[in-house]
Design a protein around this ligand. Structure first.
Ligand SMILES: *Cc1c(COP(=O)(O)O)cnc(C)c1O
Length: 221
């Protein structure tokens, strides 16, 4: 199947699902995909590309930033942040106060705002990145004193399960936290995006409230 066909099929599937937190945006995850294929994604109508490594992000950005916006979805080290500011529309994977404060510091240098999501480790798997639920409000509080970093929502990666129904609770829980925070007032935080769901579990994620999904293999196979 072609990339364009895969995208069309994905969009049709999504149309048939209930949208609980508004319209669903698809982030096309182009990690390990070449520039030509990434361009085909854009030509097929998706204009947000997600990358998980900073170097690959920069390569794609250089070639394609006239045609698409870029999101960083993978785990980040503080020493790489400086390369992203001003180029990355949304960072999905902020999972520590240390990372948050480094982003603010680099934003101050560039006098440039940065939108981020907080990655939450709902399932508490040791292998997964993400802040634990109990530290979520505290990182949001810390960001109230910042000037340039804007928290726009939450992100999670569900653990792999043979039966994808077994992860429904993870998405449900993140949506509860999202709605709870949305109902409160925090300076510099505005819950707009709930980023959850990948190729194997996006349907469940949307049923549980995702309005941003990150899709790689379903597009490229
Ligand atoms: C690779 C990746 C995805 C996409 O995964 P697929 O299963 O290929 O759709 C989504 N989110 C993150 C954080 C990723 O690293």
């Amino acid at each position: 199947m072609s990339i364009a066909k895969n995208i069309e099929k994905l969009q049709k599937n999504i149309e048939n699902l209930p949208e609980r937190n508004g319209k669903v945006s698809i982030i096309a995850v182009t990690k390990m995909v070449d520039i030509a294929k990434a361009k085909q994604v854009i030509d097929a109508g998706l204009n947000i590309l997600g990358e998980n490594r900073v170097q690959e992000f920069l390569n794609k950005y250089e070639k394609l930033n006239n045609y698409a916006s870029f999101h960083l979805i993978g785990h980040l080290q503080t020493n790489k942040i400086k390369y992203l500011i001003g180029k990355c529309q949304l960072i999905h994977s902020v999972d520590s106060v240390k990372l948050l404060q480094e982003i603010e510091k680099q934003c101050v240098k560039k006098q440039c705002e940065q939108q981020i999501l907080i990655q939450v480790n709902i399932s508490n798997e040791e292998s997964k990145f993400g802040i634990s639920e109990k530290d979520l409000i505290s990182i949001i509080n810390t960001n109230e004193s910042n000037e340039w970093v804007k928290i726009k929502g939450l992100m999670t990666i569900a653990p792999f399960e043979e039966n994808s129904e077994d992860i429904r609770w993870v998405f449900r829980r993140l949506n509860e936290l999202y709605i709870d925070i949305k109902g409160k007032t925090f300076y510099n935080t505005d819950m707009e995006f709930l980023s959850m769901g990948m190729s194997n579990d996006y349907q469940i994620a949307i049923e549980e409230g995702a309005n941003m999904i990150r899709i790689g293999s379903k597009i490229f196979t």
